[in-house]
Write a protein that binds this ligand. Structure first.
Ligand code: SAH
Length: 623
């Protein structure tokens, strides 16, 4: 079962002290178990001894873990795991780290095993070089064998190895897609070896292999010598009605018959739908269980409102709705998404002895992913990769889609994997970006929304949650998590000393979303209250007077010599720091990449440090 989550459980194996100390913190970040040899002292209660010889121990734990991370010579690992490897669909991911922690090697199970992803994440934790040798990674493409998993597509038959080989040799590959999302295409479009077409377009003569993405059953051997593979997006919704007690076999045969007659692929079924009366129909329930499909039922009233091509007066009289199969097919295909639905197959009746099954099939333009989506709001800190929390890095590594402003996405692009959907909308389109994130998560993707600093401080977080509230739908519940980041005021403070050692506040001078009168009121209160004040968004190209007014307000309540720090691009390549005073501050460059820190009445400079004493009140009271 595909999961975009980083692999779990994970076992780590070290044979020396050095190796175990390198692996131990990783175990904590990845919730892994560290196995050590008996001759070494256990590091803590979460580490375990492996009982020698290691080869026997590995045989025990091999299939119980989804990833094995070794800190050991690669050659030794190869010999140890060789007898245990079976197939790339079942083997765990195998990762090797050198004892100095300079390289992290994705040794086995790069795509389906998830080793490439985990390798990159571990490398980012260790500040090491990820070594990923798969060709698709070199070409910056997602593995063709995992391409559709984020969208819930099912993998079909075909010559997978041959098609992968053609891609590796950079031969022309024709991709014929007639359904499902196009979001995966971005990386492929930049690669001239791929030709895209719709099914009715003639096959490209130069193509050496085909990738077909369709809900129809393609004869995979149209050109016997040209390797072809197929992915099935789940876009077909079956509306079903049956006589009471229709058997599983009848249901299954009826669906197969109708699918065969219309050249459709059962792998592309998204779900089955009917009227509430059929909720406990055993044949249908068993079919859904075996095929791992959802079964939705709707009330007579709901179905009666759906306009269908073949309403039946008799059914209306008996049940209260003029259609079950067609109405349920159309309604279910539209329930999750507002999309274009086509009734592909109008109702067909399949009879066997005294039983009958009615089937209609609707096709939706958006595929059903069938997973609970995730919406993670992630703060990436001020700018450099080592100021991002390990939890945030993990969330980014696990994302199917990453949404954010391009400047911030650029700062973290080394953490991305080929195949992740990157949506970099312009900074002015925050609302759209927020809506899009909610939409993608409700669809079933793992969505990460990136903000610089902290995601809940003058950032995307609030906007996204507001949008979520407005689009709440009871069946579209998603998992929401918030990952804090180091906010600009902390980053700026850390670059200049300890200016925030006493009560402080943050004020944004941006009056785009807040009336200027409110901002002025807060500036005055902060100045009067002797708060150390961090000013965000101090000055833009068009907003230039606010910082002048802000300084004037502070000067009314604070000494002109009050220390001020202007920290621009903290923890980024072009960082600049100016230590000045309230009096002098406007003589220096301030812009939208600057945080202005204004000290309180006891803040002082010491060499090139800004210090706010901790014992402010205490000292006064002692006097
Ligand atoms: N969510 C962000 C704030 C975004 S508002 C956070 O928590 O940090 C944008 C403002 O933050 C900028 O105008 C600037 O004042 C400040 N800022 C963000 N990153 C910064 C950095 N690396 N150095 C200095 N100031 C920064």
């Amino acid at each position: 079962m595909y999961s975009s989550n980083i692999l779990y459980p994970v076992a780590m194996i070290g044979t020396t002290n050095q190796a175990c100390s390198l692996l131990h913190p990783l175990c904590q970040d990845l919730r892994g178990i560290l196995y050590m040899p008996e001759k070494l002292p256990l590091i803590d209660e979460k580490t375990l001894y492996y009982h020698s010889p290691l080869k026997n121990h590995l045989a025990d734990i091999f299939l119980k873990n989804r990833a094995l991370v070794f800190c050991l010579a690669a050659g030794a690992v190869v010999r140890l795991i060789a007898p245990l490897l079976k197939s790339k669909t079942h083997d765990p991911a195998i990762i090797v780290i050198d004892p100095e922690g300079k390289f992290v090697i994705s040794l086995c199970g790069g795509h389906q095993g998830g080793a490439d992803k985990l390798t990159k994440l571990i490398a980012s934790y260790l500040n090491a070089e990820p070594v990923i040798t798969g060709v698709s990674n070199t070409l910056n493409l997602p593995g063709i064998d995992i391409l559709g998993f984020p969208f819930g597509w099912r993998r079909g038959a075909g010559k997978w190895k041959d098609v992968s080989y053609a891609i590796a040799c950079q031969k022309t590959v024709q991709i014929i897609q007639e359904g499902g999302s196009f979001l995966w295409r971005k990386n492929f479009l930049n690669n001239y070896n791929f030709k895209f077409s719709l099914p009715d377009i003639k096959r490209d003569q130069k193509s050496t292999s085909y990738i077909i993405i369709s809900h129809r059953k393609y004869p995979l051997d149209t050109k016997a010598d040209i390797p072809t593979i197929q992915w099935y997006p789940r876009v077909l919704w079956i509306g079903i009605g049956s006589t009471r007690g229709a058997s599983y076999k009848l249901i299954s045969d009826a669906i197969s018959t109708v699918f065969d007659q219309h050249g459709l692929a059962p792998e592309a079924i998204a779900g089955i739908a009917s009227v509430d009366l059929k909720k406990d129909e055993i044949g249908i329930i068993k079919y859904c269980q075996i095929k791992q499909l959802p079964f939705f039922t709707y009330s007579v009233n709901t179905l009666d409102k759906v306009s269908v091509p073949n309403p039946s007066a008799i059914v209306k009289q008996e049940l209260g709705t003029a259609s079950v199969a067609e109405a349920a097919a159309i309604y279910s295909s539209n329930y999750f998404f507002n999309n274009d639905t086509v009734l592909l197959v109008s109702k067909q009746i399949v009879k066997f002895e005294d039983q009958a099954v009615t089937i209609a099939i609707a096709q939706s333009s958006t595929e059903y992913i069938g997973r609970k989506g995730k919406l993670y709001l992630v703060g990436i800190g001020p700018g450099s990769l080592d100021q991002i929390t390990p939890a945030a890095k993990k969330a980014i590594a696990e994302a199917d889609a990453i949404v954010g402003y391009s400047l911030y996405l650029d700062l973290i692009k080394s953490l991305f994997h080929p195949g992740q959907i990157i949506e970099d909308l312009p900074i002015t389109e925050e609302e759209k970006r927020a809506e899009r994130s909610v939409e993608l998560a409700q669809w079933g993707l793992n969505v990460v929304v990136i903000s610089s600093g902290d995601c809940g401080i003058y950032a995307m977080g609030g906007l996204v949650l507001e949008k979520l509230k407005n689009t709440y739908k009871k069946d579209n519940i998603i998992d929401i998590k918030i990952f804090p980041g180091i906010t600009a005021l902390q980053a700026a403070a850390a670059r200049v000393g300890t200016p925030l050692m006493h009560d402080f506040c943050a004020i944004s001078l941006s009056d785009l979303l807040t009336p200027w009168s409110v901002i002025k009121k807060r500036l005055k209160a902060a100045a009067q209250g002797d708060f150390v004040t961090a000013i965000y968004n101090p000055k833009s190209k068009t907003r230039t007077h606010q910082i002048i007014v802000a300084r004037a307000i502070f000067l009314k309540y604070r000494d002109p010599n009050t220390p001020v720090a202007l920290v621009r691009c903290a923890y980024r390549k072009n960082e600049t720091i100016v230590l000045t005073t309230l009096n002098e501050m406007l003589g220096y460059y301030i812009d939208m990449l600057t945080t202005v820190l204004i000290g309180n009445h006891s803040t002082f400079f010491y060499k090139d440090l800004v210090i706010t004493p901790r014992g402010y009140h205490h000292k006064k009271m002692q006097k």
